[in-house]
Ligand binder design. Structure first.
Ligand code: MV4
Length: 577
């Protein structure tokens, strides 16, 4: 593979471009008109305008992307995550166009996209699934009968859904009718198909997913699991590996089930098999994500494997050259989103005015933000992924606190305070959290600042940091002072400057010192032509700098001072004729 088009934006475009360049591959970026100045555009070897800001007209525009692939001579397309990454129609169009698709075969995407089909396939391969049925339900009575059989509560789910949309929990027979109608309505609205099916509903499960990698020669490997139980409204906030409390036997069984699920649909390339783990530690297949995931980085941190590199090699037809991984230590990923955890995670778009990433041992930051970057409402809120490694979970947690506190972001609100609250919570520290925990237990509403941390909008204001000591203890203090040049002058202990015109009616052109003081600067030379109001010298008096200027136009015929001279009030400084 010599060239790669990265059909994405943001941190994942940056992530993929970096590895491709590490492998000597020419990288081709696409950008919407909102992303002209984005980091992925600067890093790629070339960049092509794919269309206007709305994703439908740019990052989802299949024809435009294929046209750019042809014009740029791209051999392969990496879709990243989101956008077209799990679009079987696009994957097929790419393959048909003779371009290498860096992802699973279109048929595997389609098979896993339909939740009933994927559940059925997984069951055929002996993968444990949540007690339930593999046919769509078509009536309220049918749901009531199934609920009787499995016992309440049951879940009604969209057959073509995912991500929690079209999922209704039914706790008693009276709730069936509303839930059935609601789930069908949502399924139709979000996924264009009203089909729903029924499963036993698991209370307070953990979300544990398995990273798998298959080459096109029949080899498949399990690369460890990730616990993604810290989420709210189906948005993951924190992911970690290994999953707290999971035993070696459980892990081995999970890995085998994940590989079987992948084989059930003819999977090739990197994929993720999602499971729910109940309170006694039994796991159940949920769905397979047929893409590289946001949180793949924690797996990379503990295995030392570059998953994007393997995606590219596998897409190029290469074989997996190792038989097992030896994970070391513990890794945690924190999603740094532009949203306000103190106000219900309200999106906080806008310009990032200050951006300082943490670094040091065991810290990786995947980001696309620079000072001045605008986080737009057109796309997702993910600004960065902070990925922290430690020799064990406790070390990783302690280091995470350090790294999160080291992160400085001004201009937008961020999820950092929420992460710090999670890290300090005894449930998380003990590994007792589950998929409902963040919403039910970690309440941040109204407990923080009400305003976005930002610099003053006044352009004449400049931020200054000083160190002060209060009773011997050092504190960093920031303040905002008008006009950088004046403030900078103050920093060098130069007094502020006033402008003092020559005496009114000095028609004779004799310029005198308005007060006693010291000449700190002479601004003209003898013989020089000057305009009315032009500065002649700067006189320091009473800790103020005073500019002495000529009231009339003319030539400096006599200049009687030099820097350092002391002058008395009324003493002649210069004569302008
Ligand atoms: C469930 C469940 C409990 N029991 N299915 C939500 C998203 C979709 N991918 C599947 N989801 C769930 N399915 C049964 N039978 C609980 C959830 C669920 C969940 C799953 C994973 C991560 C976070 C979640 C949050 C709430 C509910």
């Amino acid at each position: 593979m010599k060239s790669l088009l990265v059909a994405n934006r943001g941190e994942i475009a940056v992530r993929v471009i970096r590895t491709a360049q590490d492998m000597g591959i020419r990288t081709i970026a696409i950008f919407s008109e909102l992303d002209r100045d984005a980091l992925h555009v600067d890093l790629a070897d070339e960049a092509w305008n794919v269309g206007p800001a709305p994703a439908a007209e740019s990052y989802l525009n299949q024809d435009a992307i294929l046209r750019i692939a042809h014009e740029s001579g791209a051999e392969a397309i990496h879709p990243g995550y989101g956008f077209l990454s799990e679009n079987a129609v696009f994957a097929r169009a790419v393959e048909t166009a003779g371009i290498t698709w860096v992802g699973p075969p279109a048929d595997a995407i389609a098979g896993m996209g339909d939740k009933i089909t994927s559940r059925r396939n997984a069951e055929r391969f002996g993968v444990p699934t949540v007690p339930g049925i593999t046919d769509p339900v078509s009536s309220i009575d049918e749901v009531t009968d199934l609920a009787q059989e499995f016992g309440y509560p049951v879940a009604i789910k969209a057959a073509h859904g995912g991500g929690g949309k079209g999922l209704r929990v039914v706790r008693s027979p009276e709730d069936v009718s509303d839930a059935f109608d609601g789930a069908r309505r949502e399924a139709d609205a979000y996924f264009g198909n009203p089909e729903v099916y029924v499963e036993k509903y698991l209370e307070k499960p953990r979300h544990v997913e398995a990273q798998v990698l298959f080459d096109s020669h029949g080899k498949g490997l399990f690369l460890g699991e990730r616990d993604c139980s810290v989420q709210r409204r189906h948005q993951k906030l924190i992911e970690e590996t290994p999953s707290p409390g999971m035993t070696v036997e459980q892990r081995r069984a999970l890995g085998k089930a994940a590989l079987d699920a992948g084989r059930s649909c003819g999977y090739v390339n990197a994929g993720t098999v999602e499971f729910l783990v109940d309170q006694v530690g039994d796991f159940y297949f949920l769905e397979m994500n047929t893409r590289l995931q946001v949180e793949h980085t924690v797996t990379e941190m503990v295995t030392g494997i570059d998953l994007v590199a393997w995606q590219l090699r596998i897409a190029a037809g290469e074989k997996i050259t190792f038989d097992e991984v030896e994970p070391r230590g513990h890794a945690i990923e924190f999603r740094i989103n532009a949203e306000d955890p103190f106000r219900g995670y309200l999106p906080s778009p806008g310009q990032v005015v200050e951006w300082q990433e943490p670094a040091g041992p065991g810290v990786r930051v995947d980001s696309w933000i620079r000072p001045g970057t605008n986080v737009s409402q057109y796309y997702d809120n993910l600004m960065a992924k902070l990925v922290v490694w430690g020799s064990d979970r406790e070390a990783a947690i302690t280091r995470s606190r350090r790294a999160l506190k080291e992160f400085t972001i001004l201009g937008v609100s961020t999820t950092i305070p929420a992460h710090l609250a999670v890290l300090d919570h005894e449930d998380f520290i003990a590994g007792r959290h589950h998929t409902k925990w963040m919403e039910d237990v970690v309440a941040l509403e109204g407990r923080g600042p009400t305003a976005v941390p930002s610099l003053p909008q006044d352009e004449d204001m400049a931020k200054r940091d000083i160190t002060v000591e209060i009773e011997g203890r050092r504190f960093r203090v920031s303040y905002w002072a008008p006009e950088p040049s004046v403030a900078a002058g103050q920093m060098r202990r130069r007094p502020p400057r006033l402008s003092i015109p020559g005496p009114a009616g000095a028609s004779d052109g004799v310029i005198t010192a308005p007060m006693q003081g010291t000449i700190v600067k002479v601004s003209v030379k003898a013989g020089q032509a000057v305009k009315a109001g032009q500065a002649i010298c700067v006189l320091e008096a009473m800790k103020m700098e005073n500019e002495v200027s000529t009231p009339n136009e003319g030539e400096v015929v006599d200049l009687r001072v030099e820097p350092g001279d002391t002058v008395a009030a009324g003493q002649v400084i210069a004569i302008v004729k």
